[in-house]
Design a protein around this ligand. Sequence first.
Ligand SMILES: [Zn+2]
Ligand SMILES: [Zn+2]
Length: 142
Amino acid sequence: MRIVLNKKDMNMRQTRQKEAILSVVHGEGIHMTAEEIFAAVQEKEPGIGLATVYRNLKSLCDAGIIQKVTAEDRSFYDGCGDPHDHFLCTECGKIEDVPSFESRELNSFLTKQIRGKVHRHASVYFGICEDCLGERDRKITS
Ligand SMILES: [Zn+2]
Ligand SMILES: [Zn+2]
């Protein structure tokens, strides 16, 4: 059993772990909680630690490759780093991407309000998804 890893081995391992995380979380329409990501990454990289996963998620967020979105008491990682808005179903908890409306007026209005500078904004719309609406109708008619 090899105990001492040299720097090259460490770097290779780190690169492999990062790639495993990226393959799980990166992509359009992907919205996963840290727990879901951790479970999926563990299947590819058994033995990877939660702290390593968190550290990589943070650096991917910092690099703008993915982003962290918080809606009420829930946080999830979004596989698409570009700014966009979300729709959250309050019945089943499903999250969907929705187009965001460019509102320069709102940003410049808020910039005056806070007397600082607004760089970006992200909105979450709350409602009931198509599936849950259908489920409701079915209950009413049956
Ligand atoms: Zn729903
Ligand atoms: Zn999204």
